[in-house]
Design a protein around this ligand. Structure first.
Ligand code: OAD
Length: 242
């Protein structure tokens, strides 16, 4: 039986005594729910990488292909449930007076686990946006009845997510930077920390004196900044913070 790493006593104490905590998550937090990560082998779809499909150029060139990919991802995510990592992060929110969850994920699983103060840096796969009017609507149709889906105005709809080369939703980055600058602890879970500007948030937190705790299957660029890096599955490691 392997022994899972756990928080060092002094870091555990610093964590539970903190008043201002920020958590940054990436696709690894949803991996144990069954959501494929981006950069692993299982991140591939019909031999395309996310970087080739999640771009404005790909959508302009072939909206059907891009929507087929999102339709596949929506079908895949729809039946999945939050795992113990999502649930533990939702419990942290109840404990700490000031708590901000910053996620790069678009799957909505944090909210389903009960998290409320969530900054979605990359949007949400369950919303669509009109390419002409910019109006945003929830859309949970699985599978989509029409690919590519259209707005009632006749224009193409697009997923309300951030693609490579696009700016983040208005206010989201500012709020995330504010949380990173103010927190006493930043917990970084399941992100390869290679996509900016999210990858800079732990650096900002560190510069402002926060302790960094990382949970990941493997070392990342954050590991060298971290006061403690816990290597293992988030769904097993986070419940051991108790
Ligand atoms: P990545 O696929 O780049 O990284 C996933 C990370 O999660 C890796 O470091 C894995 O080691 C780790 N991991 C996998 N399973 C885990 C588990 N059970 N417990 C803990 N860690 C685990 O995904 P992201 O970092 O989320 O952006 O990628 C960032 C952004 O790049 C995404 O939001 C997306 C993508 O392209 C856009 O689409 C704009």
């Amino acid at each position: 039986m392997s022994i899972k790493p756990t928080l060092q006593p002094e870091i555990r104490e610093r964590f539970w005594r903190a008043r201002r905590v920020a958590v940054l998550t990436g696709s690894g937090v949803s991996a144990e729910s069954g959501v494929p990560t981006f950069r692993g082998e299982d991140g591939l779809w019909r031999n395309f990488r996310a970087e080739e499909l999640a771009t404005p150029h790909a959508f302009q060139t072939d909206p059907c292909l891009v929507w087929e990919w999102y339709n596949w991802r929506r079908e895949l995510i729809a039946p999945l449930k939050p795992n113990p990592a999502h649930q533990m992060i939702a419990r942290f929110e109840e404990h700490f007076p000031q708590f901000t969850l910053i996620t790069q994920n678009i799957d909505g699983l944090h909210q389903r686990a009960g998290s409320r103060n969530v900054i979605e840096l990359h949007g949400n796969i369950w919303r669509v946006r009109c390419t002409r009017e910019g109006t945003i609507a929830e859309n949970r149709e699985v599978p989509l009845s029409e690919i590519p889906p259209k707005c009632s105005c006749g224009a193409l709809l697009r997923p309300d997510v951030v693609w490579f080369g696009e700016s983040l939703p208005e206010g989201a980055l500012q709020r995330a930077i504010e949380a990173a600058s103010q927190c006493q602890i930043m917990l970084v879970v399941g992100t390869s920390a290679v996509v900016q500007p999210a990858a800079s948030l732990p650096v900002i937190a560190r510069e402002h004196g926060a302790a960094i705790i990382e949970v990941n299957l493997e070392p990342t660029p954050i590991t060298r900044l971290a006061d403690q890096s816990l290597l293992g599955p988030a769904g097993e490691i986070l419940p051991r913070f108790k």
